[in-house]
Write a protein that binds this ligand. Structure first.
Ligand code: B12
Ligand code: SF4
Length: 644
């Protein structure tokens, strides 16, 4: 029987299948810390595993897929096709009798969330409080509603389109309320009021709308000042075995210290607030010790916004001798010295993404990055020298970018080739709501009529300015930059999916023969691509160096290479305990039935207690998976057949 909960948090597809959603994990921990029982229903990852194989591409993280999801036809046909799944997921949620159901909406899942919320309301009736939140929502000033604002949702264009606005507002009226920006405090207040039978009116950062144009007044509350009051996410509400990478997201801070003119995020999160190094360390240790996870994707806007806490965190990680791997976004700063990069590497930092954006100082200034080209080049060099993979972002055609500026950008990439591993994001500049560029077009240059045509669908690609920076010009510059990257042997950032992942791993394999140092890139590889890579890694299982053998085991596990199971079983008897532990972990991840008896026999032969925690974790994981998802008799029969 399903046990009852106070609050159910829901993620409608698609959200990247790599890792659990940090926002929902944080909200769950926060509510739990305030005495509410919570369940998370990640419909996205469940449907990812049960949908038709061809449909899995719709979970791709590319901008193209995000745009595709905004087509009404796709949303409607997808919902119809998987209606039974959605219906069953909603029944499962309702079986636990939650009093509040919260939906996380972002650009790719927002329109499908509308369908799922409608169905939930139809099935749940009026007594359950339905709330939505997440980055999809923002408000625009408006004279027409009488309260000075109206709600907008990324993915659902409404600007100037009365019919669509009517549809959006009718839909919102099915929700009890909607929460903007940082979600913890307002969601808690909503839950408390529901528990205490109080009206919801007046909760800060909450939008309520009882029908087209009928909004309640909106009050704004401050962001949470002391981040130590938010417990770290434990992910206990998630089934981590469902995600495609053995990694979890983490936050080092909230808000941003910069004020870039192309950015909307700094408005959403309010003031910059750092987390204490000790708190982050406790979180990382929890994930290593309790979840068995040592890969961390820092979802910060800038993980180096507070250099002092960052350095302290690295010292603590090193002092604890933790073997972890992490990385994320950074800004160029002169405080990022070679010593600090060295410290970060020693603490397991494996990759950093620098928002370089342009190689023309004038444009970097216009964007408001506030660093010099020389500082940028020094940071890239020091990062690369420290052995951290160095990724950069490039914007093509920021308003006012001239041909000369663009040529400087090309020259910048050429000059720094040695210190750049990948241009991870190369994008033609798009106009986005609530950015300085759009709020003050006369200062930055995009034509006002273009700005007026901006909908909530996605960024506006086709805009121009007085300097002749048109869509066609940007396309041409983009193509030239692509050619330069090919000439310099840098991977093409427009590659998608499998091609991109494979190219990265190939590059890594040739650069770092010691496999252990390039695990991050292998995380990008899908099991179906394992053919050439598996063979290379299997070869490394016989390598003299212990770390290379151990690294090969670990990668084979992450790749899910079933083909490698026999070699990994052999590695269970390696002379090094490290390698034995890694092979057991790999077999646990691959979860091929043939490996269970071998693991069992090793553990019986050599004694469970003396072997590493990895072995025990792998065993526990395999047992759990087999016992939960397979008919045990069928599994045993299969074993018997194989043994004969
Ligand atoms: C890291 C990141 C990624 C990672 C994802 C890793 C991950 N685990 O999330 C990667 C690189 C894969 C990625 C990909 C994309 N991303 Co991204 N990403 C981010 C980033 C920088 C951090 C996300 C994060 O974890 N934030 C911290 C958590 C705590 O915040 P949160 O999820 O928003 O949750 C809080 C509130 O929103 C709210 N909340 C959330 N859910 C709910 C639910 C309820 C009921 C309530 C009440 C409140 C609530 O409370 C939470 C706690 O305060 C954000 C920008 C940002 N700073 O947030 C962009 C951002 C989320 N990404 C964005 C975009 C556009 C994309 C892509 C489409 C990029 C592309 N290719 O064009 C893809 C799509 C991926 C997908 N949907 O499947 C946009 C989303 C735009 C929008 N308005 O919806 C953002 C906001 C950046 C931006 N402004 O452009 N992204
Ligand atoms: S550094 Fe990044 S998050 Fe911060 S303001 Fe600039 S673009 Fe926005």
């Amino acid at each position: 029987m399903t046990s009852s909960v106070d609050v159910a948090l829901v993620m409608v597809p698609p959200f990247i299948p790599d890792e659990p959603h940090l926002g929902l994990a944080l909200l769950a921990s926060y509510l739990r810390g305030n005495d509410f029982s919570v369940a998370v229903h990640d419909m996205s990852i469940k449907l990812f595993h049960s949908c038709e194989e061809d449909d899995r591409r719709l979970w791709d993280r590319s901008a193209a897929t995000a745009i595709e999801w905004q087509q009404r036809d796709l949303r409607e046909s997808f919902f119809k096709k998987y209606w039974n799944n959605f219906d069953a997921y909603i029944d499962e949620i309702l079986a636990s009798k939650p009093k509040v159901i919260g939906f996380c909406c972002h650009i790719t899942n927002s329109v499908l969330s509308m369908e799922v919320i409608n169905l939930t309301r139809a099935k749940a009736g009026p007594d359950i409080t339905l709330v939505a939140g997440g980055p999809a929502f923002f408000v625009n000033e408006s004279e027409t509603t009488g309260v000075g604002y109206e709600l907008c949702m990324y993915g659902h264009p409404t600007r100037g389109q009365a019919e669509l606005r009517h549809a959006l507002e009718t839909w919102i009226s099915k929700l009890d309320c909607l929460i903007l920006d940082e979600g913890e405090a307002p969601l808690l207040e909503v839950c408390q009021r529901v528990r205490d039978g109080e009206e919801l009116t007046g909760v800060a950062n909450m939008v309520r709308c009882s029908g087209p144009g009928e909004y309640e007044e909106l009050t704004r509350g401050p962001p949470i000042r002391d981040l130590s009051t938010i417990p770290y996410p434990t992910f206990e509400e998630f089934d981590l075995s469902l995600y495609t990478r053995p990694q979890v997201p983490v936050l080092f801070n909230r808000g941003c210290i910069k004020k870039c003119t192309c950015c909307v995020e700094r408005y959403r999160w309010g003031n910059f607030r750092a987390r204490k190094a000790e708190d982050i360390l406790a979180e990382l240790k929890h994930h290593v010790e309790v979840l068995g996870i040592s890969w961390f994707n820092a979802c910060d806007m800038l993980l180096n916004a507070n250099v002092r806490e960052l350095a302290k965190l690295c010292d603590l990680i090193v002092a604890e001798e933790m073997s972890i791997y992490w990385g994320g976004n950074v800004v160029v700063r002169k405080e990022m010295t070679p010593e600090l990069f060295g410290k970060m590497r020693a603490a397991g930092c494996g990759w950093l993404i620098f928002g370089i954006e342009s190689g023309a100082e004038r444009i970097v200034d216009l964007i408001g990055k506030n660093f010099t080209l020389t500082e940028g080049e020094q940071n890239l060099e020091a990062c690369h020298q420290a052995g951290i993979r160095t990724y950069i972002n490039i914007i093509i055609g920021f308003p006012g970018e001239t041909e000369e500026d663009f040529l400087e950008s090309m020259e910048y990439v050429r000059r720094n080739r040695e210190n750049i591993d990948w241009i991870i994001l190369m994008a033609m500049f798009e106009l986005f709501h609530h950015t300085e560029v759009v709020l003050n077009p006369e200062r930055y240059g995009p034509r006002c009529e273009d700005v007026a045509g901006l909908t909530e669908n996605f960024g506006l690609v086709d805009w121009s300015d007085e300097t002749g920076n048109t869509y066609e010009v940007r396309q041409y510059r983009f193509a030239r930059m692509q050619r330069l990257l090919a000439e310099l042997g840098l991977p093409d950032p427009t590659m998608q999916g499998d091609d991109l992942r494979l190219s990265q791993v190939r590059q890594e394999l040739t650069e770092h023969p010691a496999i252990h140092s390039m695990i991050g890139a292998a995380l990008e590889v899908e099991p179906k691509l394992d053919l050439p890579l598996t063979e290379a890694l299997e070869g490394n299982l016989a390598h003299d160096e212990e770390k290379t053998r151990a690294g090969a085991c670990r990668l084979l596990g992450m790749l899910g290479s079933r083909k490698a199971v026999p070699s990994l079983i052999e590695a269970l008897r390696d002379k090094s305990e490290w390698v034995r532990g890694e092979s057991a972990r790999a077999l646990g991840l691959i979860c091929d039935p043939t490996s269970l008896p071998h693991l069992e026999s090793i553990l019986t032969d050599e004694g469970y207690a003396v072997l590493s925690g990895d072995m025990q974790l792998s065993m526990a994981r395999m047992r759990r998976l087999y016992e939960a998802s397979r008919d045990v008799t069928e599994f045993e029969q299969q074993q018997d057949a194989e043994d004969q």
